[in-house]
Design a protein around this ligand. Sequence first.
Ligand code: SAJ
Length: 425
Amino acid sequence: MRRLESVVVIGLGYVGLPIALLSSRKGYQTVGLDSDSNKLHMIRQKVSPINDADIKIQLKNSKLKVSSDYSVCKNADIVIICVPTPVGNGFKPDLKPLKNACTSLAKHLKPGTLVILESTVNPGVSETIVIPLLNKSGLKAGRDFYVAHCPERINPGDVEWNVENIPRVIGSLEGHGLKAAQKFYKSIITGSITLMGSLKEAEAVKIVENSFRDINIAFVNELAMSFHKLGINIVNVIDGASTKPFAFMAHYPGCGVGGHCIPVDPYYLIEYAQKRGFQHDFLLLARGINNGMPRFTVDIAEEVLIKSGKKLKKSQIAVLGLSYKSNIDDDRESPSYEIIRELEQRGASVRSYDPHVLHKSSASSLSEAVKSSDILIVATGHKEFIELDPKMLSEQGVMGVIDGRNCLDSSRFQEAGLIYCGIGT
Ligand code: SAJ
């Protein structure tokens, strides 16, 4: 099989840009394709549109070309689709970006091209959505061009696992596509490559690994709500259970589950199975528990206020943290926004502050957010919040801190005379 030389990556987000840079660095003539002209301008100026130290460095020395013109696919041996696959209203999967990408690609697909889908989709999407749209090119998948699925596993903020060393799985419509995809990934990554028996199996792997995480988080979140009433510290219990060297994997409770993966991916499987007559009660139950954690967090804040003779209505609350996980600027599906909505619905006035998401913070500084707040809710475990000075808070009139990520040292706050309440601690 001749070495495939040229690569086009469609979608230059947190998944597409790393793989485009890697492919270019490994010697492939690589063109990144995106519809966002600002993003293309930044990349041409060697400025990273994503806040990732590694990407910033790679971009500086990269020969990656970028374009918004799908005709570049005419010269591609490999096209990697990395467009977003979010969920819309009612948590219904939104495949519009994927359909648009396939429709545009079909107009420029050349015989022999290997099309690899990296975006997360439910089982069956490659065969029932992607391939029919690409076949509109007049070429036939599996005969004139090839289709494989290699689900992305980018983990934002992870310093250990990156696009080059993360193990991957690959599924394909048929043997040639599978071999060609395996050969490509083998030439650019150091992580192991596992071949799956079909496109559907590869699609299911990603959904299952992320649903596994969601249900385990729901398990400890339910325990946290129970132990809150039982006066048992769930974090200590999880740490104790973690001393068992086998058959236990620690997850930790929090004020909610955010991000573009964990709270989203299970809905893909739920909807796909529902359409075929199976109800994933357990996945739906877990999603319900995790979606309820922002409300539980506000309940705790209300409990603390009532204990101090105050009401949530008309109280001043500071919500610290808007991104969905610590020390990154990604606020997609962040539970912080649910917490803010819930507080305002119950009549509290809210100031929000996140140094990583300043443009969406209502306060321009930590001190402005904290000033004359009755309660602080730490919704993201940013290092700036872990370093909060309890004495300063107490002097500012703060009476309580709700630690939505169980990330603070409770004793420091209690010694300063503040009421401290974690999630299940
Ligand atoms: N969370 C908890 N408790 C936990 C773990 C996470 O409440 O024990 C919350 C986080 O605060 C966050 C959300 O869940 O709001 C998601 O956190 P995450 O650590 O799962 O971060 P993600 O969304 O970046 O998930 C990615 C996923 N990677 C891919 O899909 C390629 C996921 O599969 C990884 O397991 C995860 O990173 C990881 O392990 O860091």
